[in-house]
Design a protein around this ligand. Structure first.
Ligand code: SF4
Length: 366
């Protein structure tokens, strides 16, 4: 198979949903990177894998997965051609584990080293790290990449073992994430992220978000990503129901509350361990804590304002700017503010309430 065909196939296979799509364009996706949205080539070094994770398209026993490996020289060259043509401006390199995690990781690092040294490529690289590699290899990976990640996949050891018996959060994945956090202290602009799958192991949102809190507060991860499970045919999980995108969306909303709004996971509202699907998590929190509302928009501090449903950090700053010029007395003074209809239900303007809400016996404002 020639280089171009391999690259097309490896990129295609790296995006599960596009297994039948022959068009490379579909595999260039626009990812959020520290320097903004970037078109990345998401590609595998190898689709061979000696592990057997139940959910994965690359699991060893899945006979229908085409197995391809590309040498670092060929991948670096192929990527650089796409880069020179302006079709991509970054690389997201992952791989199945072949021979040994160290061997796999060395090949991936070689690919990036060739790009950096032989082609003078200075652009963005995200390297997926193989659990089980040595500290020395982790250091090399961090040195050549801009972003690194190890997926935790499930929020507890027991849940992970149900779907990936060869992986261990306790022995392998979390200690590696910790080691990388320490290594990253020596760099200014490099980041670490992780991903958890949602809907694979009867995990609850509470379990997931407790992990999220730990990764942000204790290990300084840049992002936690959530990926709704969908079944892959010819795997042990092919008959499991796909997880709803709405659940994934609610987890992202709750994640923002933890990361950017000062909420703790324990403050969020869960029903049987899960976020409500019919309400965004901040509104659910506000309605449960209705005794804290309405807040006076002219005097509330920034931390209080960003807890008002509809008010995000940019809106809070804008409100503070406007009220420093003159008091906000009427909804007209908030003209142009996003989500105004919602905000007005939770605030007073110089002591006057303009919303329609009334606290009823169920603690709802509406
Ligand atoms: S180790 Fe990674 S690539 Fe291999 S089967 Fe598990 S999830 Fe898939």
């Amino acid at each position: 198979m020639d280089r171009e065909k391999k690259i097309r196939l490896l990129a295609r296979l790296s995006v599960f949903e596009c297994e039948k799509d022959p068009d490379l364009k579909r595999h260039i996706y626009h990812a959020c990177t520290p320097s903004g949205r970037t078109p990345l080539l998401k590609i595998m070094q190898s689709t061979y894998c000696d592990r057997n994770c139940d959910y994965c398209v690359f699991r060893r026993d899945r006979e229908s997965t085409p197995r391809v490996y590309i040498e670092p020289e060929d991948l670096a060259k192929g990527f650089y051609e796409l880069y020179k043509k302006g079709r991509v401006s970054g690389l997201f390199l992952s791989s199945g584990i072949f021979i040994h995690p160290e061997v796999t990781m060395e090949k991936m690092i070689d690919t990036v080293l060739i790009l950096r040294k032989n082609y003078g490529y200075k652009g963005y690289v995200h390297l997926k790290l193989m659990p089980g590699v040595s500290l020395q290899t982790l250091e090399k990976a961090v040195e050549v990449a801009d972003r690194v990640s190890i997926n935790i996949e499930a929020p507890s050891e027991e849940k992970l073992k149900r779907i990936a018996r060869s992986k261990s959060l306790r022995k392998d994945i979390v200690p590696k994430i910790r080691e990388i956090s320490k290594i990253l202290k020596n760099y200014k602009n490099k980041t670490q992220i992780t991903q958890v799958m949602v809907g694979t192991s009867d995990e609850t949102d509470r379990e997931i978000l407790k992990g999220t809190e730990y990764f942000y507060r204790r290990l300084s991860l840049a992002r936690v990503y959530y990926s709704a499970f969908f079944p892959v045919r010819d795997t042990p999980m092919e008959n499991r129901k796909a997880e709803s995108r709405l659940r994934e969306h609610r987890l992202y909303q709750a994640d923002f509350l933890i990361k950017n709004y000062g909420f703790s996971a324990g403050e969020l509202v869960f029903e049987d361990g899960n976020l409500r699907l019919d309400q965004d998590p901040k509104t659910a929190w506000a309605l449960k804590n209705i005794h804290l509302f309405p807040v006076e928009i002219n005097t509330a501090d920034y931390e209080t304002l960003i807890r008002v449903p509809g008010i995000g950090p940019a809106t809070a700053r804008e409100i503070i700017r406007r009220r420093s010029e003159s008091p906000i007395k009427d909804p007209v003074d908030l003209r142009g503010i996003r989500n105004l209809k919602k905000i007005i239900q939770f605030v007073t303007l110089r002591g006057r309430y303009f919303g329609k809400g009334r606290v009823n016996t169920t603690g709802s404002l509406f």
